[in-house]
Design a protein around this ligand. Structure first.
Ligand code: ARG
Ligand code: ZN
Length: 871
């Protein structure tokens, strides 16, 4: 047990920094086990006070501290595990410090560490304090000059900004000096040193400046950075067109590293990426990898304005940069890949990751008000719900006022660290609207339930819509306020034709109803025929929608809604209800048949894109079903979902085969969205066929795997064989490993595939894989491939009635916590949902959480999440 309960940090305790640092000069003498870091800080008192100077510093070995050139003795300064404190300092002074650190021993992968024999850094949120003493908070903005010295075998010496000079030194060493002209918080500092290959390109910005683009990767990997480079150039252009934002330095660099705690990091002028989100070629990367690379490259680049030029005053404002930047990358991806398909994928992701968070013990507002470890708040709520909030803002005030508000924000806050209040104020000014009610979206956790009921009066040709909302309580927030909710609505007739209507005397096809209070009524006029209501089009608000639509209405929407999101959603809703009915012991066989027929018709629709049809074919996940009706019975849900899949497979057999044959790749591989959509549909057809595995299907899947000329199809074939099971799968699995054992990113896929095997023997196999020579818990990608994939993507095996799946996860959390607490903490979430499951499952999950919390020496990171999950 922890001896003391860690202290929470609160938003309400925010104080401006006591001292500001205008300039810092860092001098790195790199060596894997003993790196020396000298820092020279130009400091001035901020305001009128007599506070001591307190600088953060952790795991630093002190060498020396001097103030205005005079070494400070023991009595003039104190150093403990967390701080360097100097009680009496002048108003303006220079502080010079020297520390020693051990990058080789740094398994937390925060601060300066080694990956594949190269030095690299990760400072957000609080890693800089593991490099040198500094006010490690985002509201201290400083100009950095960085000198790096190292053995010549560390060939490239990189940091933020512009290269001022570089040269040779005696003793086989060399150096480089970098200067970043833009003041920045220390979390945006970066340093990389090592042997790397580089892919180079350049662009000319809208004002005619030339910018060099360099992507640094492991030796031999430069060709695999080509797609990321292409995505980077498109992102830079898009930000100029969509937001008027231009890049500001003469050089933009990205470095890919294999050991990285999360996806990527927006350090000024020197982004650092997890190699899984940067490297791609057809043989080793799937279409999903390409898609994610495109969006993450864009995301990190967009941070240059929303994050770097304008940063957060404190970490409670994290959504100010993350929610906004996700909104920007989603908009970019929609422009690149098609709006409807992108929207469906974004909402799927929101429902899979954010909804469970918002409806469980770890629920928190988009802007939380307290935390123990800020690393635990890089969540789907801050990122994805944060993006939804911006999207609603744009819907509510309109595209023009939104763009004007963004322009104002860039103009007013450039070069500053600011808050969500100031951000929203810009839109109040640009739109002339009072947005104080809207602000509740930032302060209130939980997923609202919105109900829409209709009453059609044939004689009066009116449709009355009655809307209401309710947000269930979340931890610490028992009573919820109504939120301003934009609900986009359109009407269809029974034949699926668009029904025009009038609202407030104006004729239209679609309208946005803003529900501000608990309930409201809206009357639409001139409705000529009995309408089918298409509500919450485009998923206009992040809510759970409840309607009085009957199945027949949903079939109309599935066949004809011009809003493709709602067309997809209609199918999902029908499937969800059918599966829940079966899982609840009341199967509706007639309904299942009818659904299969409707999906069959949708598949033959010539106008619909393959990428959209692939999404139509994927039934709601078991996790989504578990969230929809509680207490959840994971075994019954699995059974119900498999039954519906089998029914679809039987019913659509001919059509699925036709798709599988017809969509074979003809020419060369291209990662573009249309080609990827064709592969997605072909693989989705195979996946469904695997639910009805006759010998022909086994042969088809084997042939698919063997003929695969790209990773998407190889994984598609292998997955289908896995669902079927048996010798064909074992052979292909062994073949796959043998073929790819020297490609770490592909070996990750090999682990992940087995981790999501729903088959009977899969749990034993997963447990055994921790002893595989290629399993490495120090590498976050490898660890997550096996452990997170199993816990979050394999519900039927994770929820093994014996509790062995839960025990495995808890064992892994505890083992990894000793190596890398922030990665360990991210594994806690699947256990957090214990209350949603039937008690025979929930109690076993809870027991594992209790075992975790009761473990000696647990990190703050894991403690915070596990104890909140139990509370
Ligand atoms: N800012 C990074 C991004 O682009 C992520 C940093 C994550 N840091 C953390 N401590 N989890 O989203
Ligand atoms: Zn980000």
């Amino acid at each position: 047990m922890r001896t003391e309960t860690p202290q929470a940090i609160r938003l309400s305790d925010y104080r401006p920094p006591a001292y500001l640092i205008d300039e810092v000069e860092l001098h790195f003498d790199l060596s894997p086990n003993a790196t020396r870091v000298k820092a020279r800080l130009d400091i001035r008192r901020n305001g009128d006070h007599a506070e001591p100077l307190v600088l953060n510093g952790e795991r630093l070995k002190p060498v020396s501290v001097a103030l205005n050139g005079r070494a400070l003795g023991e009595g003039e300064r104190t150093v403990d595990d967390e701080f360097l404190t100097i009680p009496n300092v002048p108003d303006v002074f220079t502080l010079e410090t020297e520390v020693e650190i051990d990058p080789q021993a740094n398994t937390h992968l925060e601060g300066l560490y080694m990956s594949g024999g190269r030095f690299c850094t990760q400072c957000e949120a609080e890693g800089f304090r593991k490099i040198t003493w500094f006010p490690d908070r985002p509201d201290v903005l400083t100009r950095f000059t960085v000198r790096i010295e190292a053995d010549r075998k560390f060939q490239h010496l990189l940091s933020n900004g512009n290269l001022l000079e570089a040269g040779e030194l005696p003793g086989g060493r060399h150096y480089a000096v970098w200067n970043d002209p833009f003041p920045k918080p220390c979390y945006l500092f970066a340093l990389v040193a090592g042997e790397l290959d580089v892919l180079e390109d350049s662009i000319t910005t809208m004002s005619g400046r030339k910018v060099e683009l360099k992507i640094y990767v492991d030796p031999g990997m430069a060709p695999r950075a080509a797609y990321a480079m292409d995505a980077l150039k498109r992102s830079m252009k898009w930000d100029e067109e969509a937001f008027g934002r231009e890049y500001d330095l003469d050089l933009f660099m990205i470095v890919a590293v294999r050991d990285f705690n999360f996806g990527a990091m927006e350090n000024k002028g020197l982004n650092i990426f997890n190699s899984s989100l940067l490297l791609a070629d057809p043989a080793t990367a799937t279409d999903l990898d390409y898609e994610r690379i495109e969006s993450v490259v864009a995301h990190e680049y967009f941070h240059n304005w929303t994050g770097d030029r304008i940063t957060c005053r404190d970490w409670f404002q994290l959504c100010l940069k993350e929610g906004l930047t996700v909104f920007r990358d989603q908009s970019f991806s929609a422009d690149m890949r098609g709006e409807a398909v992108q929207r469906i994928k974004d909402v799927k992701q929101l429902r899979a990751r954010q909804f469970p968070e918002d409806q469980g013990p770890l629920a928190h507002p988009v802007r939380p008000s307290s935390y123990l470890k800020i690393d635990n708040f890089y969540t789907a709520t801050i990122y994805e719900k944060g993006a939804e909030v911006i999207r609603m803002l744009k819907t509510l005030i309109g595209a023009q006022a939104f763009r004007a508000g963004m322009d104002l924000y860039f103009e007013r806050w450039d070069g500053h660290a600011t808050t969500v209040e100031e951000f929203i104020r810009c839109f109040e000014e640009s739109s002339g609207q009072d947005l104080s009610d809207f602000f509740a979206w930032y302060e209130q956790a939980g997923t609202p339930k919105v109900t829409v009921k209709r009453r059609y009066d044939e004689a009066a040709r009116t449709l009355e819509l009655e809307l209401s909302q309710e947000t269930p309580p979340t931890p610490g927030q028992p009573n919820k306020r109504p939120l301003p909710l934009p609900v986009a609505v359109g009407l269809l007739d029974a034949e699926g034709r668009t029904l025009a209507f009038e609202r407030d005397g104006q004729a239209m096809d679609e309208t946005v109803i803003v529900l501000k209070d608990g309930a409201a009524k809206v009357t639409l006029h001139g409705v000529d025929r009995p309408p089918v209501v298409s509500a919450l089009r485009g998923f206009s608000a992040p809510v759970t929608l409840i309607t009085d639509a009957e199945p027949k209405d949903r079939y109309v929407l599935l066949a004809s809604d011009p809003d493709l999101f709602n067309r997809w959603e209609a199918g999902q809703g029908l499937a969800r209800d059918l599966m829940l009915a079966r899982a609840g012991g009341a199967p509706n066989e007639v309904g299942e048949e009818r659904f299969a027929e409707a999906v069959g018709r949708a598949l033959t629709d010539q106008a619909a894109e393959p990428a959209f049809k692939a999404l139509l074919l994927a039934l709601p996940s078991e996790q989504e079903l578990a969230l929809a009706r509680q207490p959840a019975d994971p075994a019954a849900i699995h059974e119900a979902r498999e039954t519906l899949r089998t029914r679809l497979a039987l019913h659509l057999d001919e059509e699925l085969r036709r798709l599988h044959t017809g969509l074979q790749q003809l020419g060369e591989f291209s990662p573009d969205a249309v080609s990827a959509g064709r592969r997605a549909l072909r693989n989705a057809a195979l996946d469904l066929m695997a639910a009805n595995p006759r010998s022909e299907v086994v042969e088809l899947a084997r042939g698919h795997y063997e003929a695969a000329s790209n990773m998407t199809d190889a994984i598609g074939g292998l997955s289908a064989l896995m669902l079927i099971g048996g010798q064909a799968f074992e052979d292909a699995l062994a073949h796959f490993y043998d073929r790819w054992k020297d490609e770490p990113l592909v070996v990750d896929k090999w682990f992940a595939l087995q981790a999501r095997d729903p088959g009977d023997g899969a749990l034993g196999r997963v447990l055994g894989l921790t002893a595989h020579p290629a399993f490495d818990p120090k590498n976050p990608n490898r660890l997550r491939a096996l452990v997170s994939t199993f816990a979050s993507m394999n519900p039927s095996r994770f929820h093994d009635p014996s509790g062995a799946g839960y025990r495995f996860l808890a064992d892994q959390i505890l083992a990894v916590d000793a190596i890398n607490p922030s990665v360990a903490a991210r594994l806690v979430e699947p256990l957090g949902g214990w209350r949603r499951y039937r008690p025979e499952y929930g109690e076993l999950m809870k027991a594992e959480l209790q075992r975790i919390v009761g473990t000696e020496g647990l990190s703050k990171n894991v403690y915070e999440l596990a104890s909140k999950a139990l509370a």
